[in-house]
Structures are given as C-alpha cells and as structure tokens.
Design a protein around this ligand. Structure first.
Ligand SMILES: Nc1ncnc2c1ncn2[C@@H]1O[C@H](COP(=O)(O)OP(=O)(O)OP(=O)(O)O)[C@@H](O)[C@H]1O
Ligand SMILES: [Mg+2]
Length: 261
C-alpha cells in the first residue's frame, strides 16, 4: 500500500485514495477509486456494472489479497484498525451449513467475542425479527428465497453493531414493497447505530433515499468518482420520497451518470 499522503488522511471516517486492483488475466486494472465518507455518514455508491464496486467493498472488508492505494478508517489503515466491519456481500455470503440464526451467532462470536451464547441468540432473534424473517431462524440458506437470504445477511451485518457497514446491493432481490419497508428499516437501524456506511446500489432512488453522500463512479479507468452532497438526507425519512428536492436530486444524479458513463 502506498503511504505517500498519510498527512491527508482524515482523522475520522473512511478515506479511499488511489484504490486500484490488477486482477490476473485482466488487461486493465480496476479503478482508480477515491472517496471519503465522514464518520457516521452513509455514502451511496452508484456505478456501471464492472466498474469495481464489489472489488472495493471486498478490499475494505479485508477479503482481497492485494491492491494499490489506501483504505483508511479513523485516520489509520483500515486493516489492523480494529474496526468492526459488517459486510453484506453481493452473493449474500451465508454459510450454507448453518441456519439463519447460526449464521448470525457465528459472526457475532468472531466480531464480538465477549458476548455470551444467550446474548448472541437474542441478538440474532431480534435482528431477524426486524428484517421480517423471525420465523426463519432455524432454516438453512438453501431452503430460503434469494430475498430471504439477503435479509439474513443484512440482519447479520447489523447484529454486529459495526463501525463500518459495507452493503453490496443488499435489497436487489426484494419485491418493491418489501424493499421500501426495508429501506425505512435500514434508516431507522442506522439512526439507532450510526455506522459509517458504503451502500452500493443500481437504483438511483434508493441511492438518494439513503445516502448523505452519493458517489457516482465512472467506468473503470475513466477518471474519478463524482461525490455529491445529498440535501434529501436532511429531511425526515418519511418525507423524502415525495419531496421536491428528491425529484431535483434524481435529475442531478441522472445527469452525472449520463456525463460520466
Ligand atoms: N476474481 C476476479 N478475477 C478477475 N477479474 C475479476 C474478478 N473479480 C472481478 N473481476 C473483474 O473486475 C471488474 C470489477 O468487478 P466488480 O465485481 O468489482 O464490479 P461491480 O462494479 O461490482 O459490478 P456489478 O455492478 O456488476 O456488480 C469486472 O470487470 C470484473 O470482471
Ligand atoms: Mg458488484
């Protein structure tokens, strides 16, 4: 990792600088990606397929072997910072040999080793309930729908009460009504536990509804992301969808996409 500009890393929040990945067998590198997210803010990340969104989230979660550039959290390299990270991978990332409940208690056992068995089970039950799938606690992933697996993955990430939340299209497999309900639930959860969050989505309205900042990523190799402050995030969640500023922001983001992609 480069350390050429350590003095510029902000003391709080997430900072990504010059993030570039060369996959074996792929001619062009992914990136470069630069963005910064203040502590406790949600950054919606929107970008064309293949631009490197999942690659960035995997790297931030410590799941990618090698990359160039810096990913810092709270002023120090994220790896080794001790930050608790909640990841919802694009493919849900559930352990197939464990039930919904055990997927959550296992993750809690790793991230929060001080918790007792009963506390972990209670946390699992509570978060599965909040995601509307409390009755699936004993179900294995192979016997759940994609949307149900996705909700287990979101419940698992929130149950950790993480410092950094990384969500890779977490609501993509849900029907419109369940999705809207879980967007509201997500905001309520986040208000209760305001983790710094990267929320990847292909849905412009979802990006605007949830993000305090919106990062519009260009295709890989085509320049830097555009970071937009989102005035909609200043409104109460219940008022966002119908506000004039929401429609104005929709136009702004669509124009940025048209310009960058
Ligand atoms: N393990 C890998 N080996 C080689 N190339 C990879 C690997 N993983 C991803 N890539 C390539 O890197 C690029 C970025 O992939 P990534 O999954 O990060 O894109 P994305 O922005 O998440 O796309 P999508 O919106 O489709 O999920 C793509 O061109 C992809 O084919
Ligand atoms: Mg992806």
């Amino acid at each position: 990792m480069s350390s050429s500009v350590p003095n510029k890393i902000p003391a709080a929040g997430l900072a990504v600088r010059g993030f570039t990945v060369s996959y074996p067998g792929r001619a062009e590198a992914v990136g470069p990606i630069a963005l910064s997210v203040p502590q406790g803010a949600i950054c919606s990340v929107i970008g064309p397929s293949g631009c490197g969104k999942s690659t960035l989230l995997r790297a931030a979660a410590g799941l990618l072997g090698a990359y160039e550039g810096e990913i810092a959290f709270g002023g120090q390299p994220l790896a080794g910072s001790g930050a608790v990270i909640g990841l919802v991978p694009q493919n849900y990332g559930l352990l197939p040999w464990k039930t919904a409940e055990a997927n959550i208690t296992t993750a809690l056992g790793i991230a929060r080793p001080g918790l007792g068995r009963r506390e972990k089970r209670e946390a699992a039950a509570r978060w599965l309930g909040l995601m509307g799938i409390g009755e699936l606690a004993d179900r294995y992933p192979a016997r759940m729908s994609g949307g149900q697996q996705q909700r287990v993955a979101v419940a698992r990430a929130f149950a950790l009460e993480p410092d950094l939340l990384l969500l890779d299209e977490p609501f993509s497999a849900l029907d419109a009504l369940t999705r809207e309900a879980l967007q509201e639930r997500f905001l309520a959860n986040w208000e209760a536990y305001p983790a710094t969050a990267l929320f990847v989505t292909h849905d412009v309205e979802e990006a605007i509804l949830l993000g305090g900042i919106i990062a519009v990523l260009p295709p890989s190799g085509a320049g830097s992301p555009l970071l937009l402050d989102n005035p909609v995030s200043g409104l109460a969640p219940g008022e966002r969808r119908t506000s004039a500023v929401f429609f104005e922001m929709t136009r702004t983001v669509r124009k940025a996409m048209a310009d960058l992609w």
